[in-house]
Design a protein around this ligand. Structure first.
Ligand code: 13P
Length: 265
């Protein structure tokens, strides 16, 4: 974390929760996460719970996010949800999650189109990038992530690039209980900043998150890294205690970094 770049802790609920569980989890987050934080907090329930959860979040500091959107604005696309339908309810939309890339065959062109639609409708995309295990073992992690970034971001205006959130989520760390090391995640966050800077903005303003087996115990290790501004949390975001503890860790580290910057000034 770095003073001046607001951290973001985002909870991706994936395809979990019943209606009752979703409402209870959202209520728990509102109760446990104070309204005046220096850290941004978002939860990403399944599409079908977005509207009822938005009512639970009213007046709280917790923003709502979607897990995906359609690659087209409108039209005959059975089962899809357009960015313009999400805009009245959501501040963030996750784009290009590896589960969609790999299991649902989402390609670079679709990801680039979704990213633009999310911006067009005034929301913030959280673009996910990350390598698979074989790619890391072959020493190709940096190359894979660079290609994913270029494919999604090429041609975006500097203004949009600066507002973007990017989540580095190595595929082998997702849902496995085996996170990257904070040092490896930091190296990738620095690479991500350098690639975005090359594409035409000051990479220093960009928010980069780490995701992949983040929990209340290991979160601080990632959040303390200078190029990492937060976390995209899967499994642990379904547990109010864990999720609020991650938010509290981010808040404490950010306040510490801000106090230190004030002392040094
Ligand atoms: P886990 O935290 O369950 O590993 O999931 C990470 C993730 O994919 C968040 O988008």
């Amino acid at each position: 974390m770095r003073p001046g770049r607001r951290p973001l802790i985002a909870g991706n609920w994936k395809m979990h929760t019943s209606y009752e569980e979703a409402l209870a989890l959202a209520r728990g987050c509102v109760e446990r996460i104070p309204a005046s934080l220096a850290v941004d907090v978002a939860i990403h329930p399944p599409f079908i719970w977005l509207v009822p959860v938005s009512k639970v979040l009213e007046g709280s500091a917790i923003a709502l996010g979607a897990q995906n959107c359609a690659a087209r604005e409108d039209g005959p696309l059975t089962g899809e949800v357009s960015a313009h339908m999400l805009a009245p309810f959501c501040r963030y939309v996750i784009v290009g999650h590896s589960e969609r890339r790999l299991l649902l065959h989402e390609d670079d062109a679709a990801i680039a189109a979704k990213l633009r639609l999310v911006f067009d409708h005034g929301m913030t995309p959280i673009l996910c990038v990350g390598e698979q295990l074989a790619q890391r073992e072959a020493g190709q992690a940096g190359e894979v992530v660079t290609q994913q970034l270029r494919a999604a971001l090429d041609g975006l205006t500097p203004d949009r690039l600066a507002r973007l959130v990017i989540a580095y989520e190595p595929v082998w760390a997702i849902g496995t209980g085996v996170p990257a090391t904070p040092a490896d995640a930091e190296a990738m966050a620095q690479l991500i900043r350098a690639v975005v800077a090359e594409l035409g903005t000051d990479g220093a303003a960009l928010r980069v998150l780490y995701g992949g087996s983040v929990n209340a115990t290991n979160a601080a290790g990632f959040l303390a890294m200078p190029a990492i501004d937060g976390a995209l949390v899967g499994g642990a975001s379904l547990d109010v205690e864990q999720f609020s503890a991650i938010v509290q860790a981010a808040e404490a580290l950010y306040q510490q970094a801000a106090d230190q910057a004030t002392m040094e000034a």
